[in-house]
Ligand binder design. Structure first.
Ligand SMILES: Cc1cc2nc3c(=O)[nH]c(=O)nc-3n(C[C@H](O)[C@H](O)[C@H](O)COP(=O)(O)O)c2cc1C
Length: 220
């Protein structure tokens, strides 16, 4: 039997991003099941022209492609958009699968739905089989990839990723139940606001901006 190849494409422009952690986690899960895995940064391939041919070659040999990225202004990061626009017209003999994992700063997973719909359109235009999208809120909580150590609080993520790996390995789309599972909120809204406000105040104090926090310099 020939080995199948998984290509994880990182959409975050940040070094050491949550998206990269997720990409590598999924790749490791498939590698443990005998897949050949590759991980590439879309931003790096856009910024450094000499890296584009390598990305294109990896894209052409992949059996399944996973897009792992952060939500930026309700959409995809700009360099990721540019990369997908360049990849979509590439002709290929095979029809690989494609899924996406989008995580955002806000609590609600539904913030990611438009971005995931854009990824589905990319898959359609590129001639890839759409295998589903994972929408995850409070992505910052996953920073460092410690969801397995977070126990019950992040069980929906640990289980959701395990089910995703299982489905991809079985050659199936990500089940609807898995896509629904990862949308669960990490904490109640009031707690998110409390923690969010506290960290904003801490940052303001750190930058000596405590007394400017309500400033509206452009208000007439
Ligand atoms: C420029 C920028 C725009 C962002 N826009 C949104 C947004 O529209 N909605 C949201 O919930 N989070 C937004 N975020 C937060 C990121 O999605 C979040 O911090 C994410 O976990 C970063 O993932 P990464 O480490 O993979 O880059 C934004 C962050 C940045 C830097």
């Amino acid at each position: 039997m020939t080995t199948r190849t998984f290509l994880a494409l990182i959409g975050s422009p940040r070094a050491k991003s949550t998206s990269e952690t997720i990409a590598r986690y999924l790749a490791d899960g498939l590698a443990a099941r005998g897949w050949t895995t590759e991980v590439r940064s879309l931003s790096a391939a856009i910024r450094h022209a000499e890296r584009w041919p390598d990305l294109e070659a990896a894209y052409q040999r992949a059996d399944v492609i996973g897009l792992c990225f952060p939500l930026y202004v309700d959409c995809l990061p700009a360099e990721m958009t540019e990369a997908l626009e360049r990849l979509a017209p590439i002709a290929r003999d095979t029809r690989p699968g494609c899924f996406a994992v989008c995580q955002c700063g806000f609590l609600e997973a539904e913030q990611n739905d438009t971005a995931l719909a854009i990824c589905r359109e990319f898959a359609r235009d590129a001639g890839l089989d759409w295998l589903g999208g994972l929408a995850i809120g409070t992505g910052g909580a996953l920073n460092g990839g410690n969801w397995e150590k977070m126990g019950k609080m992040a069980a929906h993520i640990t289980d959701g990723f395990a089910q995703t790996i299982e489905a991809i390995d079985a050659g199936a789309p990500i089940p609807d139940a898995t896509q629904a599972l990862v949308r669960k909120r990490f904490c109640p809204t009031w707690m998110y606001w409390l923690i969010g406000n506290a960290s904003m105040l801490t940052e303001a104090r750190k930058h000596g901006a405590m007394w400017k926090i309500t400033a509206r310099p452009y208000a007439r």
